[in-house]
Design a protein around this ligand. Structure first.
Ligand code: B12
Ligand code: SF4
Length: 488
Protein backbone atom coordinates (compact mmCIF):
# COMPACT_ATOMS: atom_id res chain seq x y z
CA UNK A 1 0.00 0.00 0.00
CA UNK A 2 1.14 3.55 -0.80
CA UNK A 3 0.33 6.03 1.95
CA UNK A 4 -0.10 9.72 1.13
CA UNK A 5 0.23 12.30 3.93
CA UNK A 6 -0.88 15.93 4.12
CA UNK A 7 1.18 17.11 7.10
CA UNK A 8 0.17 19.45 9.94
CA UNK A 9 1.90 22.84 10.05
CA UNK A 10 3.01 25.38 12.64
CA UNK A 11 2.46 29.10 12.10
CA UNK A 12 1.57 32.37 13.85
CA UNK A 13 -1.96 32.32 12.53
CA UNK A 14 -3.82 30.93 9.57
CA UNK A 15 -7.55 31.31 9.06
CA UNK A 16 -9.47 28.22 7.97
CA UNK A 17 -6.27 26.22 7.42
CA UNK A 18 -8.17 22.98 7.91
CA UNK A 19 -10.55 23.72 5.04
CA UNK A 20 -7.88 23.53 2.36
CA UNK A 21 -8.10 20.48 0.09
CA UNK A 22 -4.60 19.19 -0.77
CA UNK A 23 -5.45 18.42 -4.39
CA UNK A 24 -1.83 18.00 -5.52
CA UNK A 25 -1.14 14.84 -3.53
CA UNK A 26 -4.70 13.64 -4.13
CA UNK A 27 -4.04 13.88 -7.86
CA UNK A 28 -0.86 11.82 -7.46
CA UNK A 29 -2.73 9.21 -5.38
CA UNK A 30 -5.59 9.05 -7.92
CA UNK A 31 -3.03 8.34 -10.67
CA UNK A 32 -1.34 5.59 -8.64
CA UNK A 33 -4.73 4.06 -7.91
CA UNK A 34 -5.63 4.09 -11.62
CA UNK A 35 -2.30 2.42 -12.32
CA UNK A 36 -3.28 -0.40 -9.97
CA UNK A 37 -1.68 0.51 -6.64
CA UNK A 38 -3.60 0.31 -3.38
CA UNK A 39 -3.51 3.76 -1.78
CA UNK A 40 -4.33 5.31 1.61
CA UNK A 41 -4.42 8.94 2.74
CA UNK A 42 -3.77 10.52 6.13
CA UNK A 43 -4.85 14.16 6.39
CA UNK A 44 -3.05 15.55 9.46
CA UNK A 45 -4.28 19.10 8.78
CA UNK A 46 -7.38 18.89 10.98
CA UNK A 47 -9.30 21.73 12.61
CA UNK A 48 -7.25 21.39 15.84
CA UNK A 49 -5.19 24.45 16.80
CA UNK A 50 -2.89 24.48 19.81
CA UNK A 51 -0.08 26.73 20.99
CA UNK A 52 3.33 25.25 20.32
CA UNK A 53 7.04 26.10 20.61
CA UNK A 54 8.76 28.08 17.90
CA UNK A 55 11.69 26.56 16.01
CA UNK A 56 14.99 28.09 17.10
CA UNK A 57 15.20 30.35 14.02
CA UNK A 58 11.97 32.05 15.12
CA UNK A 59 12.64 32.18 18.87
CA UNK A 60 13.16 35.96 18.93
CA UNK A 61 10.07 36.81 16.94
CA UNK A 62 6.88 38.28 18.41
CA UNK A 63 3.48 36.62 18.54
CA UNK A 64 2.02 33.28 19.55
CA UNK A 65 2.87 30.21 17.49
CA UNK A 66 0.39 27.41 16.85
CA UNK A 67 0.17 23.85 15.59
CA UNK A 68 -2.57 23.55 12.97
CA UNK A 69 -3.63 19.92 12.78
CA UNK A 70 -2.64 16.81 14.71
CA UNK A 71 -0.15 17.10 17.58
CA UNK A 72 3.03 14.96 17.42
CA UNK A 73 1.57 12.12 19.47
CA UNK A 74 -1.80 12.05 17.71
CA UNK A 75 0.00 12.10 14.37
CA UNK A 76 2.06 9.04 15.27
CA UNK A 77 -1.01 7.27 16.67
CA UNK A 78 -2.86 7.95 13.41
CA UNK A 79 0.10 6.50 11.46
CA UNK A 80 0.11 3.37 13.61
CA UNK A 81 -3.42 2.53 12.44
CA UNK A 82 -2.00 1.70 9.00
CA UNK A 83 -0.18 -1.55 8.24
CA UNK A 84 3.35 -0.76 7.13
CA UNK A 85 3.10 0.94 3.69
CA UNK A 86 5.54 0.16 0.85
CA UNK A 87 6.21 3.85 0.21
CA UNK A 88 5.11 7.06 1.95
CA UNK A 89 4.32 10.15 -0.11
CA UNK A 90 4.32 13.46 1.72
CA UNK A 91 3.12 16.75 0.27
CA UNK A 92 4.25 20.26 1.19
CA UNK A 93 2.90 23.75 0.64
CA UNK A 94 4.34 27.11 1.78
CA UNK A 95 8.17 27.26 1.71
CA UNK A 96 8.14 29.26 4.96
CA UNK A 97 6.60 26.27 6.75
CA UNK A 98 9.45 23.90 5.87
CA UNK A 99 10.17 23.12 9.55
CA UNK A 100 6.78 21.45 9.84
CA UNK A 101 7.52 19.21 6.85
CA UNK A 102 10.87 18.23 8.38
CA UNK A 103 9.17 17.50 11.73
CA UNK A 104 6.40 15.44 10.11
CA UNK A 105 8.98 13.37 8.20
CA UNK A 106 11.03 12.76 11.37
CA UNK A 107 7.91 11.62 13.28
CA UNK A 108 6.90 9.37 10.36
CA UNK A 109 10.33 7.78 10.30
CA UNK A 110 10.09 6.96 14.02
CA UNK A 111 6.95 4.92 13.29
CA UNK A 112 8.04 3.42 9.94
CA UNK A 113 11.88 3.53 9.95
CA UNK A 114 12.25 1.22 6.95
CA UNK A 115 9.73 2.85 4.64
CA UNK A 116 11.08 5.29 2.02
CA UNK A 117 9.55 8.77 2.26
CA UNK A 118 9.05 10.74 -0.97
CA UNK A 119 8.46 14.47 -0.67
CA UNK A 120 6.72 16.60 -3.32
CA UNK A 121 4.62 19.77 -3.50
CA UNK A 122 5.25 23.49 -3.53
CA UNK A 123 8.13 23.64 -1.00
CA UNK A 124 9.83 20.69 -2.71
CA UNK A 125 9.42 22.36 -6.11
CA UNK A 126 10.40 25.93 -5.29
CA UNK A 127 13.33 25.08 -3.01
CA UNK A 128 14.38 21.65 -4.25
CA UNK A 129 18.02 21.80 -3.03
CA UNK A 130 16.90 22.97 0.40
CA UNK A 131 14.40 20.10 0.64
CA UNK A 132 17.08 17.59 -0.41
CA UNK A 133 19.41 18.85 2.31
CA UNK A 134 17.08 19.63 5.18
CA UNK A 135 13.72 17.85 4.94
CA UNK A 136 14.94 14.36 5.85
CA UNK A 137 13.02 12.80 2.92
CA UNK A 138 14.64 9.92 1.06
CA UNK A 139 13.51 11.30 -2.30
CA UNK A 140 12.41 14.76 -3.36
CA UNK A 141 10.29 15.27 -6.46
CA UNK A 142 10.11 18.62 -8.20
CA UNK A 143 7.07 19.81 -10.18
CA UNK A 144 3.92 17.95 -11.25
CA UNK A 145 4.24 14.56 -9.58
CA UNK A 146 1.84 12.10 -11.21
CA UNK A 147 4.23 10.47 -13.71
CA UNK A 148 7.38 10.97 -11.59
CA UNK A 149 5.81 9.36 -8.52
CA UNK A 150 4.61 6.37 -10.54
CA UNK A 151 8.01 5.67 -12.06
CA UNK A 152 9.77 6.09 -8.69
CA UNK A 153 7.29 3.76 -6.97
CA UNK A 154 7.64 1.20 -9.78
CA UNK A 155 11.38 1.32 -9.16
CA UNK A 156 11.08 1.03 -5.37
CA UNK A 157 8.53 -1.80 -5.45
CA UNK A 158 9.84 -3.63 -8.53
CA UNK A 159 6.53 -3.22 -10.39
CA UNK A 160 6.01 -2.07 -13.98
CA UNK A 161 2.66 -0.32 -13.75
CA UNK A 162 1.69 1.97 -16.64
CA UNK A 163 0.45 5.55 -16.54
CA UNK A 164 -3.31 5.70 -17.24
CA UNK A 165 -4.11 7.07 -20.73
CA UNK A 166 -5.82 10.13 -19.30
CA UNK A 167 -5.14 11.56 -15.84
CA UNK A 168 -7.95 10.74 -13.41
CA UNK A 169 -9.59 13.53 -11.40
CA UNK A 170 -7.94 14.17 -8.04
CA UNK A 171 -9.26 11.69 -5.46
CA UNK A 172 -12.12 13.55 -3.75
CA UNK A 173 -13.22 10.35 -2.00
CA UNK A 174 -9.94 10.12 -0.05
CA UNK A 175 -10.63 13.40 1.79
CA UNK A 176 -11.96 13.06 5.33
CA UNK A 177 -15.78 13.57 5.30
CA UNK A 178 -15.60 16.97 7.04
CA UNK A 179 -13.58 18.35 4.12
CA UNK A 180 -16.04 17.27 1.46
CA UNK A 181 -18.52 20.16 1.67
CA UNK A 182 -17.00 21.90 -1.35
CA UNK A 183 -14.61 20.95 -4.15
CA UNK A 184 -11.52 22.71 -5.41
CA UNK A 185 -11.45 22.91 -9.19
CA UNK A 186 -8.68 23.92 -11.57
CA UNK A 187 -9.80 24.36 -15.18
CA UNK A 188 -6.29 25.43 -16.24
CA UNK A 189 -2.77 25.36 -14.79
CA UNK A 190 -0.34 28.27 -14.55
CA UNK A 191 -0.61 31.74 -15.98
CA UNK A 192 0.00 33.66 -19.21
CA UNK A 193 1.57 36.54 -17.21
CA UNK A 194 4.90 36.57 -15.41
CA UNK A 195 4.81 38.96 -12.45
CA UNK A 196 8.06 39.65 -10.61
CA UNK A 197 6.81 38.39 -7.23
CA UNK A 198 4.91 35.27 -8.31
CA UNK A 199 5.82 31.57 -8.44
CA UNK A 200 3.23 30.46 -10.97
CA UNK A 201 5.73 30.05 -13.83
CA UNK A 202 8.16 28.14 -11.58
CA UNK A 203 5.42 25.69 -10.66
CA UNK A 204 3.85 25.12 -14.07
CA UNK A 205 6.32 26.51 -16.61
CA UNK A 206 3.56 28.47 -18.37
CA UNK A 207 -0.14 28.20 -19.04
CA UNK A 208 -2.01 25.00 -19.94
CA UNK A 209 -5.74 24.59 -20.04
CA UNK A 210 -7.83 21.51 -19.61
CA UNK A 211 -10.23 20.11 -22.13
CA UNK A 212 -13.73 21.61 -21.65
CA UNK A 213 -15.44 18.18 -21.65
CA UNK A 214 -13.04 16.96 -18.98
CA UNK A 215 -13.84 20.00 -16.77
CA UNK A 216 -17.58 19.34 -17.12
CA UNK A 217 -17.07 15.66 -16.36
CA UNK A 218 -15.18 16.54 -13.15
CA UNK A 219 -17.95 18.91 -12.00
CA UNK A 220 -20.51 16.24 -12.87
CA UNK A 221 -18.63 13.66 -10.76
CA UNK A 222 -18.51 15.97 -7.71
CA UNK A 223 -22.10 17.23 -8.21
CA UNK A 224 -23.84 13.90 -8.74
CA UNK A 225 -21.64 11.34 -7.04
CA UNK A 226 -20.62 13.43 -4.01
CA UNK A 227 -23.53 15.96 -3.85
CA UNK A 228 -21.13 18.90 -3.92
CA UNK A 229 -22.80 22.26 -4.52
CA UNK A 230 -19.89 24.64 -3.94
CA UNK A 231 -16.88 24.84 -6.26
CA UNK A 232 -13.73 26.86 -5.55
CA UNK A 233 -11.86 27.84 -8.70
CA UNK A 234 -8.18 28.21 -7.79
CA UNK A 235 -6.97 29.00 -11.31
CA UNK A 236 -4.18 31.55 -11.68
CA UNK A 237 -5.58 32.67 -15.05
CA UNK A 238 -9.24 31.64 -15.22
CA UNK A 239 -10.38 33.95 -18.01
CA UNK A 240 -7.57 33.62 -20.59
CA UNK A 241 -9.16 33.40 -24.07
CA UNK A 242 -12.48 33.24 -22.27
CA UNK A 243 -14.78 32.78 -25.35
CA UNK A 244 -12.95 29.54 -26.17
CA UNK A 245 -12.63 28.14 -22.67
CA UNK A 246 -14.32 29.70 -19.63
CA UNK A 247 -17.48 30.67 -21.53
CA UNK A 248 -17.84 27.19 -23.03
CA UNK A 249 -17.66 25.25 -19.77
CA UNK A 250 -19.53 27.94 -17.80
CA UNK A 251 -22.57 27.81 -20.16
CA UNK A 252 -22.65 24.04 -19.89
CA UNK A 253 -22.26 24.11 -16.08
CA UNK A 254 -25.13 26.63 -15.71
CA UNK A 255 -27.38 24.35 -17.78
CA UNK A 256 -26.42 21.05 -16.17
CA UNK A 257 -25.74 21.95 -12.53
CA UNK A 258 -28.39 24.50 -11.54
CA UNK A 259 -27.74 24.22 -7.81
CA UNK A 260 -23.99 24.72 -8.04
CA UNK A 261 -22.29 27.91 -6.75
CA UNK A 262 -18.81 28.93 -7.80
CA UNK A 263 -16.14 30.97 -5.98
CA UNK A 264 -13.08 32.69 -7.42
CA UNK A 265 -10.79 33.11 -4.37
CA UNK A 266 -7.60 33.37 -6.42
CA UNK A 267 -8.40 36.79 -7.99
CA UNK A 268 -9.30 37.53 -11.61
CA UNK A 269 -7.15 39.57 -13.99
CA UNK A 270 -9.03 42.83 -14.49
CA UNK A 271 -8.22 43.24 -18.18
CA UNK A 272 -9.79 39.86 -19.01
CA UNK A 273 -13.28 40.70 -17.79
CA UNK A 274 -15.90 41.30 -20.47
CA UNK A 275 -19.64 41.84 -20.17
CA UNK A 276 -20.18 38.29 -21.47
CA UNK A 277 -17.93 36.46 -19.00
CA UNK A 278 -19.07 38.71 -16.14
CA UNK A 279 -22.72 37.84 -16.89
CA UNK A 280 -21.84 34.16 -16.90
CA UNK A 281 -20.14 34.55 -13.53
CA UNK A 282 -23.29 36.13 -12.21
CA UNK A 283 -25.20 33.06 -13.43
CA UNK A 284 -22.60 30.80 -11.80
CA UNK A 285 -23.55 32.64 -8.56
CA UNK A 286 -20.00 33.89 -8.01
CA UNK A 287 -19.98 36.02 -4.85
CA UNK A 288 -17.89 37.91 -3.98
CA UNK A 289 -16.17 38.61 -7.25
CA UNK A 290 -12.45 38.86 -6.51
CA UNK A 291 -10.03 41.05 -8.47
CA UNK A 292 -6.24 41.34 -8.15
CA UNK A 293 -4.72 44.80 -8.47
CA UNK A 294 -1.89 45.78 -6.06
CA UNK A 295 -0.84 49.31 -5.18
CA UNK A 296 -1.37 50.96 -8.54
CA UNK A 297 1.86 52.96 -8.83
CA UNK A 298 4.00 49.87 -8.26
CA UNK A 299 2.08 47.61 -10.58
CA UNK A 300 4.31 48.33 -13.55
CA UNK A 301 7.48 47.61 -11.53
CA UNK A 302 6.06 44.16 -10.83
CA UNK A 303 5.37 43.58 -14.53
CA UNK A 304 1.64 44.04 -14.04
CA UNK A 305 1.17 46.38 -17.01
CA UNK A 306 -2.60 45.91 -17.20
CA UNK A 307 -3.30 47.61 -13.87
CA UNK A 308 -4.24 51.31 -13.80
CA UNK A 309 -6.85 53.42 -12.02
CA UNK A 310 -8.70 53.74 -15.33
CA UNK A 311 -8.73 49.98 -15.93
CA UNK A 312 -10.02 49.28 -12.40
CA UNK A 313 -12.79 51.86 -12.80
CA UNK A 314 -13.86 50.43 -16.17
CA UNK A 315 -13.88 46.87 -14.81
CA UNK A 316 -16.01 47.87 -11.84
CA UNK A 317 -18.54 49.63 -14.15
CA UNK A 318 -18.62 46.56 -16.35
CA UNK A 319 -19.26 44.28 -13.39
CA UNK A 320 -22.04 46.56 -12.25
CA UNK A 321 -23.62 46.32 -15.70
CA UNK A 322 -23.46 42.55 -15.39
CA UNK A 323 -25.48 42.76 -12.17
CA UNK A 324 -22.83 42.74 -9.41
CA UNK A 325 -23.17 45.14 -6.50
CA UNK A 326 -20.05 47.22 -5.87
CA UNK A 327 -19.76 46.08 -2.26
CA UNK A 328 -19.65 42.48 -3.49
CA UNK A 329 -16.46 43.24 -5.41
CA UNK A 330 -13.38 42.33 -3.38
CA UNK A 331 -10.05 43.68 -4.57
CA UNK A 332 -6.78 42.16 -3.40
CA UNK A 333 -3.98 44.58 -2.63
CA UNK A 334 -0.58 43.21 -1.62
CA UNK A 335 0.98 45.10 1.26
CA UNK A 336 4.76 45.46 1.74
CA UNK A 337 6.26 44.70 -1.64
CA UNK A 338 9.90 45.80 -1.50
CA UNK A 339 9.09 48.40 -4.17
CA UNK A 340 6.04 49.80 -2.40
CA UNK A 341 5.65 53.26 -0.88
CA UNK A 342 3.14 53.97 1.85
CA UNK A 343 1.73 56.84 -0.18
CA UNK A 344 0.99 54.66 -3.18
CA UNK A 345 -0.59 51.98 -0.99
CA UNK A 346 -2.86 54.41 0.82
CA UNK A 347 -3.83 56.19 -2.39
CA UNK A 348 -4.87 52.89 -3.92
CA UNK A 349 -6.92 51.97 -0.85
CA UNK A 350 -8.63 55.35 -0.89
CA UNK A 351 -9.36 55.03 -4.61
CA UNK A 352 -10.94 51.61 -4.08
CA UNK A 353 -13.05 52.84 -1.17
CA UNK A 354 -14.19 55.78 -3.27
CA UNK A 355 -15.27 53.34 -5.95
CA UNK A 356 -17.35 51.54 -3.32
CA UNK A 357 -15.53 48.21 -3.66
CA UNK A 358 -13.82 46.31 -0.85
CA UNK A 359 -10.02 46.47 -0.61
CA UNK A 360 -8.73 43.17 0.79
CA UNK A 361 -5.22 43.59 2.14
CA UNK A 362 -2.82 40.73 1.75
CA UNK A 363 0.62 40.67 3.35
CA UNK A 364 3.34 40.11 0.78
CA UNK A 365 5.40 36.90 0.88
CA UNK A 366 8.86 36.85 -0.71
CA UNK A 367 8.96 33.62 -2.73
CA UNK A 368 12.29 31.88 -3.49
CA UNK A 369 13.14 31.77 -7.18
CA UNK A 370 11.00 34.76 -8.19
CA UNK A 371 12.56 37.87 -9.75
CA UNK A 372 11.76 39.96 -6.70
CA UNK A 373 13.41 37.56 -4.24
CA UNK A 374 16.44 38.97 -2.47
CA UNK A 375 16.86 36.92 0.69
CA UNK A 376 19.12 34.08 -0.41
CA UNK A 377 20.85 33.84 3.00
CA UNK A 378 17.76 34.03 5.21
CA UNK A 379 16.12 30.97 6.78
CA UNK A 380 12.96 30.27 4.79
CA UNK A 381 10.88 30.33 7.98
CA UNK A 382 11.77 34.00 8.49
CA UNK A 383 10.17 34.82 5.15
CA UNK A 384 6.71 34.15 6.54
CA UNK A 385 4.34 36.91 5.41
CA UNK A 386 3.40 37.60 9.03
CA UNK A 387 7.00 38.59 9.81
CA UNK A 388 7.96 40.37 6.66
CA UNK A 389 8.64 44.03 7.41
CA UNK A 390 7.92 46.77 4.92
CA UNK A 391 5.38 49.41 4.12
CA UNK A 392 3.13 48.71 7.10
CA UNK A 393 4.13 47.08 10.41
CA UNK A 394 2.25 44.01 11.64
CA UNK A 395 0.42 46.13 14.25
CA UNK A 396 -0.54 48.89 11.81
CA UNK A 397 -1.58 46.30 9.26
CA UNK A 398 -4.25 45.01 11.67
CA UNK A 399 -5.46 48.55 12.35
CA UNK A 400 -5.58 49.47 8.67
CA UNK A 401 -7.52 46.32 7.87
CA UNK A 402 -10.04 47.00 10.65
CA UNK A 403 -10.46 50.60 9.48
CA UNK A 404 -11.12 49.51 5.90
CA UNK A 405 -13.54 46.81 7.02
CA UNK A 406 -15.44 49.37 9.13
CA UNK A 407 -15.83 51.77 6.21
CA UNK A 408 -16.83 48.96 3.90
CA UNK A 409 -19.37 47.70 6.42
CA UNK A 410 -20.94 51.15 6.67
CA UNK A 411 -20.98 51.47 2.88
CA UNK A 412 -22.68 48.11 2.60
CA UNK A 413 -25.34 49.38 5.00
CA UNK A 414 -26.02 52.25 2.59
CA UNK A 415 -23.86 54.95 4.20
CA UNK A 416 -21.68 56.46 1.51
CA UNK A 417 -18.85 57.78 3.64
CA UNK A 418 -16.61 58.67 0.77
CA UNK A 419 -18.80 60.74 -1.50
CA UNK A 420 -21.97 61.10 0.61
CA UNK A 421 -23.04 64.66 1.45
CA UNK A 422 -25.90 64.66 3.97
CA UNK A 423 -25.20 66.02 7.42
CA UNK A 424 -24.90 62.65 9.13
CA UNK A 425 -22.46 61.23 6.58
CA UNK A 426 -20.48 64.48 6.54
CA UNK A 427 -20.01 64.32 10.32
CA UNK A 428 -19.26 60.58 10.31
CA UNK A 429 -16.82 61.13 7.49
CA UNK A 430 -14.97 63.98 9.22
CA UNK A 431 -14.51 61.74 12.26
CA UNK A 432 -13.62 58.52 10.44
CA UNK A 433 -11.70 59.68 7.42
CA UNK A 434 -9.08 62.34 7.95
CA UNK A 435 -8.93 64.63 4.93
CA UNK A 436 -5.95 64.42 2.60
CA UNK A 437 -3.30 67.04 3.44
CA UNK A 438 -3.71 70.22 1.44
CA UNK A 439 -0.78 72.57 0.96
CA UNK A 440 -0.94 76.32 0.40
CA UNK A 441 1.73 78.62 -1.03
CA UNK A 442 2.63 81.91 0.72
CA UNK A 443 0.31 83.86 -1.62
CA UNK A 444 -2.54 81.38 -1.06
CA UNK A 445 -2.07 81.61 2.72
CA UNK A 446 -2.24 85.41 2.47
CA UNK A 447 -5.40 85.23 0.34
CA UNK A 448 -6.93 82.65 2.65
CA UNK A 449 -6.28 84.78 5.72
CA UNK A 450 -7.11 88.09 4.02
CA UNK A 451 -3.71 89.67 4.71
CA UNK A 452 -0.94 90.99 2.55
CA UNK A 453 1.68 88.42 1.39
CA UNK A 454 4.40 90.64 2.95
CA UNK A 455 2.74 90.04 6.36
CA UNK A 456 2.97 86.31 5.84
CA UNK A 457 6.62 86.56 4.79
CA UNK A 458 7.41 88.69 7.86
CA UNK A 459 5.84 86.09 10.15
CA UNK A 460 7.90 83.36 8.49
CA UNK A 461 11.09 85.36 9.10
CA UNK A 462 10.14 85.92 12.74
CA UNK A 463 9.52 82.18 13.17
CA UNK A 464 5.83 82.71 14.01
CA UNK A 465 4.79 80.77 10.91
CA UNK A 466 6.67 77.58 10.01
CA UNK A 467 6.23 76.08 6.52
CA UNK A 468 5.34 72.35 6.43
CA UNK A 469 7.84 71.88 3.59
CA UNK A 470 10.08 73.81 1.23
CA UNK A 471 10.69 73.02 -2.42
CA UNK A 472 13.64 75.16 -3.64
CA UNK A 473 12.96 78.57 -2.13
CA UNK A 474 9.17 78.12 -2.18
CA UNK A 475 7.40 77.54 1.13
CA UNK A 476 4.30 75.37 1.50
CA UNK A 477 1.94 75.35 4.47
CA UNK A 478 -0.34 72.66 5.79
CA UNK A 479 -3.88 74.09 5.38
CA UNK A 480 -5.31 72.30 8.41
CA UNK A 481 -2.45 73.67 10.54
CA UNK A 482 -3.16 77.22 9.33
CA UNK A 483 -6.86 76.71 10.17
CA UNK A 484 -6.05 75.47 13.66
CA UNK A 485 -3.38 77.97 14.65
CA UNK A 486 -4.33 81.23 12.96
CA UNK A 487 -1.21 83.32 13.53
CA UNK A 488 -2.86 86.68 12.92
C1 B12 B 1 -4.68 26.95 -3.05
C2 B12 B 1 -3.65 27.97 -2.69
C3 B12 B 1 -3.72 28.53 -1.42
C4 B12 B 1 -4.73 28.09 -0.38
C5 B12 B 1 -4.21 26.92 0.44
C6 B12 B 1 -2.71 26.71 0.26
C7 B12 B 1 -2.03 25.59 1.04
N1 B12 B 1 -1.28 24.80 0.37
O1 B12 B 1 -2.13 25.49 2.22
C8 B12 B 1 -4.86 29.36 0.50
C9 B12 B 1 -5.99 30.22 -0.03
C10 B12 B 1 -5.08 29.13 1.97
C11 B12 B 1 -3.53 30.05 0.17
C12 B12 B 1 -3.01 31.03 0.95
C13 B12 B 1 -1.79 31.66 0.70
N2 B12 B 1 -0.96 31.42 -0.34
CO1 B12 B 1 -1.39 30.18 -1.73
N3 B12 B 1 -1.70 29.19 -3.27
C14 B12 B 1 -2.63 28.34 -3.59
C15 B12 B 1 -2.47 27.99 -5.07
C16 B12 B 1 -3.35 28.94 -5.87
C17 B12 B 1 -2.83 26.60 -5.54
C18 B12 B 1 -2.10 25.42 -4.89
C19 B12 B 1 -2.65 24.18 -5.47
O2 B12 B 1 -3.53 23.55 -4.90
N4 B12 B 1 -2.21 23.83 -6.67
C20 B12 B 1 -2.76 22.73 -7.43
C21 B12 B 1 -2.05 21.41 -7.24
C22 B12 B 1 -2.55 20.43 -8.28
O3 B12 B 1 -0.68 21.59 -7.46
P1 B12 B 1 0.39 21.22 -6.33
O4 B12 B 1 -0.15 21.30 -4.99
O5 B12 B 1 1.63 21.98 -6.64
O6 B12 B 1 0.65 19.67 -6.64
C23 B12 B 1 1.40 19.18 -7.74
C24 B12 B 1 2.91 19.08 -7.46
O7 B12 B 1 3.38 20.00 -6.52
C25 B12 B 1 3.12 17.66 -7.07
N5 B12 B 1 2.93 17.23 -5.68
C26 B12 B 1 2.23 17.77 -4.70
N6 B12 B 1 2.34 17.01 -3.58
C27 B12 B 1 3.13 15.98 -3.89
C28 B12 B 1 3.59 14.91 -3.11
C29 B12 B 1 4.44 13.97 -3.70
C30 B12 B 1 4.97 12.87 -2.90
C31 B12 B 1 4.83 14.11 -5.07
C32 B12 B 1 5.72 13.11 -5.67
C33 B12 B 1 4.36 15.17 -5.83
C34 B12 B 1 3.52 16.09 -5.22
O8 B12 B 1 2.19 16.99 -7.88
C35 B12 B 1 0.96 17.72 -7.88
C36 B12 B 1 0.15 17.43 -9.08
O9 B12 B 1 0.84 17.70 -10.26
C37 B12 B 1 -0.95 28.29 -5.28
C38 B12 B 1 -0.57 28.76 -6.66
C39 B12 B 1 -0.54 27.68 -7.66
N7 B12 B 1 -0.97 27.98 -8.81
O10 B12 B 1 -0.11 26.55 -7.38
C40 B12 B 1 -0.71 29.42 -4.28
C41 B12 B 1 0.64 29.50 -3.57
C42 B12 B 1 1.00 28.14 -3.06
N8 B12 B 1 0.34 30.37 -2.44
C43 B12 B 1 1.28 31.21 -2.17
C44 B12 B 1 1.16 32.25 -1.22
C45 B12 B 1 2.22 33.32 -1.25
C46 B12 B 1 0.09 32.29 -0.33
C47 B12 B 1 -0.07 33.29 0.83
C48 B12 B 1 1.15 33.37 1.69
C49 B12 B 1 -0.53 34.60 0.23
C50 B12 B 1 0.12 35.85 0.69
N9 B12 B 1 -0.48 36.53 1.58
O11 B12 B 1 1.18 36.22 0.24
C51 B12 B 1 -1.27 32.72 1.62
C52 B12 B 1 -0.86 32.10 2.96
C53 B12 B 1 -2.01 32.19 3.89
C54 B12 B 1 -1.64 31.81 5.27
N10 B12 B 1 -2.42 32.30 6.20
O12 B12 B 1 -0.71 31.14 5.54
C55 B12 B 1 2.49 30.99 -3.08
C56 B12 B 1 3.62 30.17 -2.45
C57 B12 B 1 4.36 30.87 -1.35
C58 B12 B 1 5.48 30.10 -0.79
N11 B12 B 1 6.45 30.82 -0.27
O13 B12 B 1 5.55 28.91 -0.77
C59 B12 B 1 1.80 30.27 -4.28
C60 B12 B 1 2.72 29.38 -5.09
C61 B12 B 1 1.22 31.44 -5.11
C62 B12 B 1 2.06 32.06 -6.18
N12 B12 B 1 1.49 32.17 -7.37
O14 B12 B 1 3.17 32.46 -6.02
N13 B12 B 1 -2.97 29.56 -0.96
S1 SF4 C 1 -1.19 37.39 -12.91
FE1 SF4 C 1 -1.27 36.49 -10.86
S2 SF4 C 1 -0.88 34.29 -11.13
FE2 SF4 C 1 -0.31 35.35 -13.05
S3 SF4 C 1 1.90 35.68 -12.86
FE3 SF4 C 1 0.86 37.54 -12.13
S4 SF4 C 1 0.59 37.24 -9.90
FE4 SF4 C 1 1.08 35.25 -10.81
Amino acid sequence: MILGINPFFDDYYCYHAYKYQPIGILSVLATLRSAGYEVGFLDALTNRRQQTRKPKELENTEGGYYRYGLGDKAFQQALMKYTEPQVILMTSSMTFRWHSVRDAIALTKEVFPDVPVVLGGIYATLTYEHALQHSGADFVVQGPGEAKALSLINELTGNKRQMPETLPFWAFDLLPPEKRNFAMLLTSYGCTRNCAHCASRLLYGGYKRRDVDEVIEEIDDRYHRHSVREFHLYNDDLLEDSPNHFELWAKEAIRRFPKARFHVPNALLIDQLTLRNAELMKELKVKPIVLGVDAVHEAELLGRWWISYRAIKDTVSLLEKAGFKRYDIKVYVHVSHPTQTLRSLLETIRFLLELGVRPALNRFTPIPGTRLFEHQDTDLALLNNKLYPGTVSRKDFGKLKAFIDAIHFLQKGGLDLISGTDEFTETARSILIPKRKEYLTTTQVARYLGVDPSTVRRHIKQGKLIPAKRVGNRAYFDKSQIEKELPF
